[in-house]
Ligand binder design. Structure first.
Ligand SMILES: [Zn+2]
Length: 252
């Protein structure tokens, strides 16, 4: 048994470790948000993520200087099917605030009248800039700049705005707690408050915000009792229209 004077230092060390934050490292990576913690505006937190990933797509093309695989952190093993997101409609007129999704989303309309040339799914992406994995919270549909973007379902335009990372963005409220988000637009042809029908044009594909090539970043969002989440749109999307993929720029 060591004398009390020799045991004091380890006791102080233990106290320091028990201070707030001291036990976070031991809690593992499956770390839910702190209770009562407000959602980060315009942001998403992925389960298993070291740092909250930003909501906007990283890049659709590989970054020029990839981190050597040996120095990359391991990709999170879990792929969440839904992830909390900031409520981008908060700054517009409130509608259906707090309304939880009543049921499944009705079938969606494909967001173009032609097939995308390429599709980049929901899932983990490595951010070279941050040196961390971030969850891509939507699906990227690659198409030439100027391609008409169509509402995936009827609804009311909640917001049309330039949003950090997303660029020019249209947000449509479909009722029942469901909404859809269209980012990186070249231009929007609807205004806040407009009613739109499923499959009707709302804007054009562009490259605004954080995008390395023209594409549509499509998100489907659901209001749940605990807050707003983005869900993987891929299983909800119908098959692309027949007629093959877009080739070349559609603009005159
Ligand atoms: Zn995206």
């Amino acid at each position: 048994m060591a004398p009390a004077s020799l045991r004091r230092a380890p006791v102080l060390l233990l106290l320091l470790l028990l201070l707030p934050g001291g036990n976070a490292a031991a809690a593992g990576t499956d770390r839910p948000g702190a209770p009562g913690e407000p959602p980060i505006p315009d942001s998403a937190t992925g389960a298993g993520a070291e740092a909250p990933p930003a909501p906007f797509p990283e890049r659709v093309a590989p970054a020029p200087a990839p981190t050597p695989a040996a120095t990359r952190p391991e990709r999170p093993a879990l792929l969440p099917k839904e992830v909390p997101v900031g409520d981008l409609a908060l700054q517009a007129r409130a509608s259906g605030a707090g309304e939880a999704a009543a049921g499944p989303l009705a079938p969606l309309h494909y967001p173009f009248d032609v097939a995308a040339s390429e599709q980049d799914p929901w899932g983990w992406r490595f951010s070279e800039a941050r040196g961390a994995w971030r969850l891509h919270t939507g699906v990227d549909l690659i198409a030439p700049e100027g391609t008409a973007v169509l509402a995936v379902q009827a609804g009311r335009v909640q917001r049309v705005a330039e949003i950090s990372g997303y660029g020019l963005t249209v947000l449509i409220d479909h009722g029942g707690g469901w909404s859809s988000l269209y980012a990186h637009l070249l231009q929007a042809s609807v205004a806040e408050g407009d009613s739109v029908g499923a499959g009707l044009p709302i804007g054009e594909v562009g490259q605004s915000g954080n995008a390395s090539t023209p594409h549509l970043h499509l998100e489907v969002r659901q209001r749940q009792p605990q807050g707003l989440v983005a869900v993987d749109p891929t299983p909800l999307l119908p098959a692309p229209p027949a007629g093959g993929a877009i080739a070349g720029d559609l603009r005159p």
